[in-house]
Design a protein around this ligand. Structure first.
Ligand code: SF4
Length: 368
């Protein structure tokens, strides 16, 4: 079922690896910005009144850095403007060091039932060099506030000087603190970010070293009872992210706010990345979209395959046929020569467990 994403572009401080649309110095715009998001929600809700949405994801930036009453106002507005399914999954991203008991109580009252916490590392020196504003102790305090809740922790691999033991320590810390879900992502050094210099200087682990960190992390996660359901996402039974599963099933979603992307009716479109332009546009009664792309059939087929094969659920031949009216193995003849990387179960094909981490390399063969 479709989802709703809302982007909150404010942060306390810019992390050294971050190229997301987020501002460390414009928090004073939060009230005006949220008023525009409410307006955009009203306009989109009218347009999409026939759709039912099953998940809401409030991401950023750092949604927990703004006054929590703006978040409860947002939830009220979404409930008024969109038709929501009976028990929607509602996630908010939190940064340790920006939450307290009052904020969590307001979020829960507003209907938020899932929390995604940016831990990244259990090493305070590494957190500092990433420009994170929190310490391990802040993470533990946040986890204490979320005791018994459905919360996820983000863990980064591929950091400067990081060892397999560091990754293990971070995962064990998240597990011990009660995380029901762990996302383990490799750092991507983006051009223009401070960490890119470390990359150019050869100070970051290379591809093989990152793969070894991933393998070790995966082994520890498995031992602790986390199931891998997507290449970077692991959960205790029953705690997978419905919102993200919708992305990987190539489901529809609407994005609200600065730089938010949407996928509706076979089109992908993105809102402006310019805060002033976003607000001007919404206040003038226009959608702040700067880029729209109609996805052709060939691309749609490849996306379907690529997204499905990132997950352990793989690709169902029947689902593919229903979507496109053809057999995916005939559409992608490269499959025949890549067969050794795949396994079959009924009509489902998935990448073998040991190759999931390198699925990108395998799937490039399908692009021809
Ligand atoms: S908290 Fe997240 S969005 Fe904000 S600067 Fe750091 S990485 Fe970027």
């Amino acid at each position: 079922m479709p989802g709703i994403y809302i982007h909150i572009p404010f942060c306390k401080h810019k992390c050294t690896y971050c190229d997301f649309t987020s501002f460390p110095d414009r928090l004073n715009f939060a009230e005006a910005y949220m008023a525009c998001v409410y307006r955009e929600a009203a306009a989109r809700g009218k347009e999409l009144e026939k759709m039912t949405f099953d998940t809401i994801y409030i991401g950023g930036g750092t949604p927990s850095v703004i006054d929590p009453n703006y978040i409860s106002g947002l939830m009220k507005q979404l409930k008024n403007c969109f038709h929501l399914a009976k028990d929607p999954e509602v996630t908010i991203e939190l940064n340790p060091g920006t939450v307290d008991a009052r904020k969590i109580a307001i979020y829960k009252n507003a209907g938020i039932n899932r929390f995604s916490v940016g831990l990244q590392s259990a090493d305070d020196a590494m957190l500092e060099s990433l420009g994170r504003i929190h310490t391990t102790a802040d993470f533990l305090a946040t986890a204490q506030l979320l005791k018994g809740e459905n919360f996820s922790a983000d863990v980064m691999i591929g950091l400067k000087g990081q060892s397999a033991e560091d990754v293990e320590k971070t995962i064990r810390l998240a597990h011990g603190a009660g995380a029901k879900h762990i996302s383990m992502y490799a750092l991507t050094p983006e051009d223009g970010t401070p960490i890119y210099t470390d990359y150019l200087n050869g100070e970051l682990p290379d591809g093989d070293e990152v793969a070894a960190l991933y393998d070790h992390g995966y082994k520890v996660l498995k031992e602790l009872g986390y199931l891998r359901y997507e290449v970077s996402n692991f959960c205790l039974a029953g705690f997978g992210s419905r919102h993200n599963m919708n992305y990987w099933r190539r489901g529809e979603y609407i994005g609200l706010g600065l730089a938010a992307s949407s996928f509706l009716g076979g089109k992908r479109f993105t809102n402006t990345l310019d805060l002033d332009e976003y607000m001007k546009c919404v206040l003038s009664g226009y959608f702040p979209v700067i880029d729209t792309e109609e996805i052709g059939e060939e691309d749609a087929k490849f996306e379907f395959l690529m997204l499905g094969l990132r997950t352990v659920f793989g690709v169902s031949a029947a689902a593919y046929k229903k979507a496109f009216g053809s057999d995916w193995r005939e559409d992608f003849p490269a499959y025949e020569r890549m067969k050794q990387y795949f396994e079959e179960e009924g009509d489902v094909t998935r990448i073998k467990e040991e190759y999931l981490y390198v699925q990108n390399q395998i799937l490039t063969e399908f692009m021809e």
